[in-house]
Ligand binder design. Structure first.
Ligand SMILES: Nc1ncnc2c1ncn2[C@@H]1O[C@H](COP(=O)(O)OP(=O)(O)OP(=O)(O)O)[C@@H](O)[C@H]1O
Ligand SMILES: O=C(O)[C@H](O)[C@@H](O)[C@H](O)[C@H](O)CO
Length: 185
């Protein structure tokens, strides 16, 4: 069983997922570790991945999390609904979307060193992004908020929707995700 933190590059998903995994004593998994060398080289060279690049990657990721005996917290871009569907059919029971403006994503990536993903690809991430739909189990959080607040909101959501320590979590298709925060407010 897994929780996925998703969103565009620079939204802060790795930062939140690491802390969350620690707090719930879960296994931390980074989807970037499952990209092929070809995909990493493609992004590093300034070209965005497409559906064809991402399909085998999502299937591989799904296979790994299905095999995990423990609760895992995965960090994955999972930008499109169809990408999340692949993971949801397997072990992912809730998706946490960190919503940021393009400006903030760009700003954060510009300040980051030693990472293969260039800030020039931020636009393509927003072009591919599809926010959570009402029937998807999960929550949208304002990625500009401080980490402590994000952690607290994520924990409250997980505790109320997936059960204590997510031990007996089940997908709750009846619950609607909170609306994405308006970055202007
Ligand atoms: N809530 C936050 N407030 C302020 N800065 C943050 C927050 N979350 C992350 N950051 C900073 O933003 C940058 C990007 O964060 P992070 O690597 O977690 O994003 P990401 O979504 O995982 O990106 P990628 O998909 O490219 O790996 C880092 O320098 C991180 O320290
Ligand atoms: O679907 C994708 O385009 C990729 O997963 C990217 O999002 C990057 O790998 C990631 O953001 C860098 O960490």
């Amino acid at each position: 069983m897994a929780i996925a933190v998703f969103g565009v590059s620079g939204c802060g998903k790795t930062t939140l997922a690491r802390q969350l995994a620690e707090q719930v004593s879960g296994l931390f998994l980074d989807a970037d570790d499952f990209h092929s060398a070809l995909s990493i080289a493609k992004m590093g060279g300034g070209a965005a991945l497409g559906d064809t690049d991402r399909a085998p990657w999502l299937r591989a990721l799904d296979a790994v999390i299905r095999e995990c005996a423990d609760t895992s917290v995965i960090v994955c871009s999972a930008l499109a609904r169809s990408y999340r569907d692949v993971l949801r059919d397997g072990a992912v029971v809730a998706f946490i979307h960190l919503v940021v403006t393009e400006e903030l994503a760009r700003e954060r990536l510009a300040g980051r060193r030693d990472h293969f993903f260039p800030a020039s690809l931020v636009r393509s991430q927003f072009e591919a992004l599809e926010p959570l739909e009402p029937d998807e189990a999960g929550i949208s959080l304002d990625g500009a908020a401080p980490l402590a607040e994000l952690l607290s909101r994520a924990r409250i959501y997980l505790d109320t929707h997936t059960g204590h320590r997510m031990a007996d979590a089940v997908s709750d298709p009846g619950s609607e995700p909170e609306p994405a925060p308006d970055p202007e407010t």
